[in-house]
Design a protein around this ligand. Sequence first.
Ligand code: ADP
Ligand code: TRP
Length: 332
Amino acid sequence: MKQIALTGIKPTGILHIGNYFGAIKPALALTGNYDARYFIADYHALNTIKDPKELSALIRQVAAGWLAAGLDPDQVIFYRQSSVPETLELCTQLMAFTTKGLMNRAHAYKAAVQANTERGEDPDAGINMGLYTYPVLMAADIMLFDSDVVPVGQDQVQHIEMAQDIAQAVNYNYRQEVLKVPQALVQKSVAVVPGLDGRKMSKSYGNTIPLFAPEKELRKLIMRIVTNSQAVEEPKDPEGSQIFLLYKLFAAAEEQTALAARYRGGGMGWGEAKEELFRVVNRELSPMRERFEALITNPGALDDILKRGAEKARVIARATVGRFRAAAGIDS
Ligand code: ADP
Ligand code: TRP
């Protein structure tokens, strides 16, 4: 039997190339080897996104994005967290086994407290209970589906460790394996994708290339990449240029070797390097953009896919909360 891999995708921003290479592509690469369950963590997003139109649009865009990037809903159980209400029941069940001290130690909460303190504000200013108890809901997402592994970035490892602590507390109390203890799966080889200004591409820096930008906008953004003032004829170091770093993500090995030689040989200006980058980026993204447009303009079909995913998910979810209730002496 295949192991179960599960990951949550927070719909808090429009997908960009960093998300694609750092999260989407590696997660999709796992789907053949694992029984995969991927979901849109819309209740996690609610902690920060309070505008209903914005949240609803982001949920659809992110779901369409994953499908356009190649997620096969017949192979992966793909659903919205909010469509599986058992998540919220398990979350309540786990609350009783989660110490407040554990939540006090969560990095995201501590960072928010520190930022408040530095600004001379009340330590808990602007921190809602959703943010404070974020790791419990995430533990519920994970344990609900008997997940063996959770593919995440390094920043999420502490949350998986907390999920382990909570599952162990439950199992220890009832002297049986009510919940499976999950493991984090961190893909170390995943590159950090640079943004237009050379820093890590991130929505918080406003330096992103959106994954589904229309062709014209894509071209404009690539032309905006910050470069140094080396003249056309000067030889250039490919590895020191973010244009080339981005190029490597999209180009075949022979293309990379050929372009690196042109950089080193001199005679190629940044404008031409950007044109070549645009060509390979657009080549890879065009078909995905078309699939994305088809999904986003047909919300009924998109919702259907997510609904079918939720139905499959709920069969598993009901079994888990039932197991907990039976162990806890709470009869249905
Ligand atoms: P952002 O930094 O734009 O807010 P998120 O924190 O929402 O992005 O990231 C969602 C996922 O995409 C995470 O798994 C994260 O590791 C990955 N990711 C985001 N930006 C990059 C990047 N520049 N390079 C590689 N992976 C990234
Ligand atoms: N916290 C994760 C993030 O910010 C998203 C998430 C929610 C998640 N629930 C999860 C990831 C369960 C893995 C498993 O990226």
